[in-house]
Design a protein around this ligand. Structure first.
Ligand code: MN
Length: 424
């Protein structure tokens, strides 16, 4: 896929400059009482899952413009995910979406071994109809008014658990498109009651060592109301279902200007933060590359996560969930994984004792400046050194471009159809 000697020769050319930058940053951080080696080790140990659907080219409600060499099967998706991890060392697991990635579990495991990957949370899909299913999800799935449709949706989720159990997954993420487009179309309470009943049936089928993540979203595809619209409803679901049910926070699934880091803090406080779908947005569920729009918000989310490190049973799942419409998906996913690592490193160098003191003494200016000081620090050398020491690329983007991987796979993968919308 990517030759080891290509990575090694590119690293060799960049190593001296990196060591100088790393040492200089080390001195700077040492003055703040921060040990750069400790930060680097944590960054090196950090991993984020990539979504299998992220390596294909996305689209909008209006059109999809296919990219070169798009994967045509889950196995080709895993090849692309393997390239991302080979170069960045930051994405050891892949999150599958069923039925898009349906395949023999033994073949999935073999391919994962070949590409050096593992499997993260399973994702069910009841927001579109599946070939061969007797019932349609046009008017909802887990909350549908008709019992046979709800049963079919529950069965699909149980099947996702069954596949996941065979490939080493430990969590199921449920996001439903259920909602309504017109006032009066649905009875809010009865609809939510039906959703809860279905979710209880799925929870009952969860293996002992699994967790169930439910994902809220304020609107879309339903445009008037959504059944699981915000973190409040999501918290109710997780509380109703039981201990192994937790809330998943997708950064793009909130109304503009919502204070997401505060939601994160609340969910942590009550043991209900299950995990993340990282991406970025300007207006809605834009699914833009992580930190493309608001890197400070991402940093503030990580500030809460680092602050909570060490809390018993605190183990949120980290995953990217993006749609790449105008970039090479491999480049976007590599970049996004590194941006998440950057936010993590920045949060790790926050001078927490000083911050707490400013908070206690009601000094908003210095509290804010303490966060800003960490955020303004260029931690790139830490990320690069972590990669170098793992045998990954100091500069993954340039090695990827120089490798010719995209052009090579484009020769063997037929160009996919353009056509209609392609939000994923
Ligand atoms: Mn998501």
């Amino acid at each position: 896929m990517i030759h080891t000697d290509k990575i090694a020769s590119a690293n060799e050319a960049a190593e001296a400059a990196l060591r100088a930058d790393y040492d200089a940053l080390g001195v700077q951080l040492d003055r703040r009482g921060v040990d750069i080696e400790g930060v680097k080790e944590k960054v090196a140990a950090y991993g984020i899952a990539v979504p299998s659907w992220g390596v294909g080219t996305g689209g909008t409600r209006f059109a999809r413009f296919p990219g070169e060499g798009e994967p045509t099967s889950v196995f080709e998706k895993l090849d692309d995910c393997g390239v991302i991890h080979r170069l960045t060392g930051a994405t050891p697991r892949v999150s599958l979406h069923i039925p898009w990635d349906d395949a023999d579990p033994a073949d999935l495991i073999a391919k994962a071994e070949e590409t050096g990957l593992g499997f993260d949370a399973m994702n069910s899909n009841t927001f579109q109809d599946h070939a061969g299913d007797p019932h349609s999800y046009e008017y909802g799935s887990l909350s549908h008014t008709k019992a046979p449709v709800r049963r079919q949706a529950v069965e699909h989720n149980l099947r996702c658990i069954e596949i996941g159990s065979k490939i080493g997954s430990k969590a199921l993420t449920i996001w439903v498109g259920d909602g309504s487009n017109f006032p009066g179309q649905s009875h809010f309470t009865r609809q939510f009651e039906r959703y809860l009943d279905s979710a209880r049936a799925i929870y009952a089928g969860l293996p002992e060592d699994w967790r169930l993540f439910t994902e809220h979203k304020v609107f879309e595809p339903a445009f008037y109301s959504t059944v699981v619209q915000d973190w409040g409803t999501n918290y109710l679901i997780a509380t109703e279902l039981g201990e192994r049910a937790q809330c998943l926070v997708d950064l793009g699934h909130h109304a503009p200007n919502v204070n997401i880091e505060m939601i994160v803090a609340r969910l942590i406080q009550f043991g209900k933060l299950g995990g993340f779908h990282f991406n970025d947005s300007k207006y809605g569920d834009d699914d833009l590359d992580t930190a493309a729009i608001d890197p400070y918000r991402l940093f503030l989310v990580f500030n809460e996560l680092v602050d909570a490190a060490g809390t018993p049973d605190f183990d949120p799942a980290h995953m990217l969930d993006q749609s790449h419409n105008v970039t090479d998906p491999i480049e976007s996913l590599m970049n996004s994984a590194m941006e998440v690592q950057r936010a993590y490193a920045q949060a790790l160098i926050v001078e927490r004792a000083a911050l707490e003191e400013y908070q206690e003494e009601n000094d908003p200016m210095m509290a804010s400046e303490t966060l800003k000081r960490a955020f303004r620090t260029d931690v790139t050398p830490i990320l690069q050194m972590a990669r170098l020491e793992k045998g990954c690329a100091i500069d993954p983007l340039s090695v990827y471009r120089a490798s010719g991987y995209r052009a090579r796979i484009a020769e063997t993968r037929p160009k996919s159809a353009g056509g209609g919308g392609g939000i994923v």
